[in-house]
Design a protein around this ligand. Structure first.
Ligand code: UD1
Length: 432
């Protein structure tokens, strides 16, 4: 396991290229289980989560060939329909093989994903949606076992206590693409990644209207062919680097960026006093003055994304005054609070809300990454802090950011990746 050693206090200056979206890529890769012919994906980021899904798809009979940022996926064997616990537990997004396996093979056994550091993560809405399309679903030995003849189109409601579900919408949309008749998904997740999946499925021959809106209408087809598709730029990676530029008082251009996917983030960055300008191919971020506090509430798209809450919190730690940060998607997603506090941040947590009282400076410290986006927040805090910050357990970061330290160093950061050797204290004279 590696750790990052960050010498803080250097403003970032330059251009950071943005990779393809991890969260768009994962369900799209799963959707290739539906195809009768090979699919080619461009803009695939080199990330541990992409590799993990590639391994799972290989077990499910898909040949996965990577050349740089292009993946070729072709189904070669439809006999194994079991997504094992050992693979699913590494990455919850593996649940998105459920809909495609069921629709194309009539049977799926997918290990039930457990909770994770950001809280309980049920899949009841996925299962309810697929059952509405006619699947028989039961739990067996920790696995979801789903069976069907051909699925039938139906009206499916995807809303839950914390809004619509992104991967649940993806699962039902993929399954409905091969169902008999018309499916209407109401209260569908509107995230750009869902829209990208709909575009991919349509390129395969699906008939889907309204991807990216709360009502998706799917006219089922008999079969889907192969296609070539380029995934959208990663809005969460872009948002993270926007916060990195802002927290270091830097000036950074990001490209390519779909700024229309980031309006809530741009709004909050401007509210704390950061300059954000659209450029021909992306966006420029510039920060050169005292930050002012701003409140933020995470919400389903187009609201402020939960996946940028931790990074924005790191930024508000240096704003002069109180910022109130409320988490409406994953109410327990605050593990970064204790670590930021180790660096001198003043944060008071009350239920799903954190009140951040800005301080003059953060102070470098050893901190521990707990999940992907919390890890990014600690890196940002380290970039701004006085002195040295060590972020351990950064395997989380490698799940979602490609070579983050190299890309930040290219614009002026001072970050080293070193092996995280845990020293076990020994008594004098002890024999190893
Ligand atoms: C996706 C993203 C993740 C992001 C999240 C919310 C991927 C690979 N991951 O995760 O990065 O943080 O969207 O934008 O795209 N819920 C239920 N029942 C369900 C499903 C979800 O109650 O069956 C709840 C969840 O606990 C959570 C909320 O709904 O409170 C939203 O979760 P969901 O949109 O499903 O997250 P994911 O799709 O797993």
């Amino acid at each position: 396991m590696d750790k990052l050693i960050i010498q803080g206090g250097r403003p970032l200056r330059g251009v950071i290229p943005i990779q393809g979206s991890k969260n768009a890529c994962l369900p799209i890769m799963a959707a290739t289980l539906l195809a009768e012919a090979p699919c080619t994906l461009h803009g695939v980021p080199k990330l541990a989560d992409i590799d993990a899904l590639g391994v799972l798809l290989e077990e499910l009979g898909v040949s996965v060939e990577r050349r740089q940022r292009t993946l070729k996926l072709a189904v070669t064997d439809r006999s194994n329909c079991h997504a094992r616990y050992e693979l699913v537990r590494k990455m919850r997004a593996s649940i998105c093989v459920l809909g495609p396996l069921l629709a194309r093979r009539g049977y799926a056994r997918v290990s039930m994903p457990g909770g994770c550091a950001i809280g309980a993560r049920p899949v009841d809405l996925h299962l309810r949606g697929l059952a509405t399309l006619g699947a028989k679903i039961e739990l067996d030995g920790g696995d979801v076992v789903a069976r069907c003849q051909r699925l039938r189109g139906a009206e499916v409601f995807m809303g839950g206590p914390f809004g619509s579900t992104v991967l649940g919408t993806a699962n039902v949309m993929m399954a409905a693409a091969l169902a008999e008749g018309t499916t209407i998904i109401e209260c569908a997740a509107c995230e750009p990644e869902v829209e990208d999946l709909a575009n991919f499925l349509n390129a395969m021959g699906a008939r889907i209207l309204g991807g990216g809106t709360p009502r998706i209408i799917i006219q089922g087809v008999e079969s889907l062919s192969g296609c070539t598709h380029t995934v959208i730029p990663d809005r969460i990676e872009a948002g993270t680097f926007m916060c990195a530029a802002a927290i270091t008082n830097g000036q950074v251009s990001l490209e390519p960026v779909r700024l229309d996917h980031l309006m809530a983030v741009v709004d909050r960055l401007r509210a704390v006093g950061v300059f954000v300008e659209k450029t021909a191919t992306g966006v420029e971020i510039f920060s050169a003055r005292q930050l002012v506090p701003a409140d933020v509430t995470t919400q389903p798209y187009p609201g402020f994304p939960t996946d940028l809450q931790a990074q924005f919190m790191a930024l508000t730690c240096l704003a002069e005054g109180n910022s109130v940060i409320t988490e409406k998607i994953f109410p327990d997603r605050f593990l970064h609070v204790a670590e930021l506090s180790r660096m001198g941040a003043q944060i008071r947590k009350e239920g799903p809300t954190a009140v951040v009282t800005g301080c003059k400076r953060l102070i470098g410290a050893p901190v521990m990454a707990s999940d992907l986006r919390a890890s990014a927040a600690l890196v940002l805090a380290g970039l701004a802090a006085v002195g040295q910050t060590t972020v351990s357990r950064i395997y989380h970061l490698d799940r979602g950011y490609e070579r983050i330290e190299e890309r930040l160093c290219a614009v002026g950061a001072d970050i080293q990746r070193v092996p995280d050797e845990v020293a076990i204290p020994q008594l004098a004279g002890a024999v190893a």
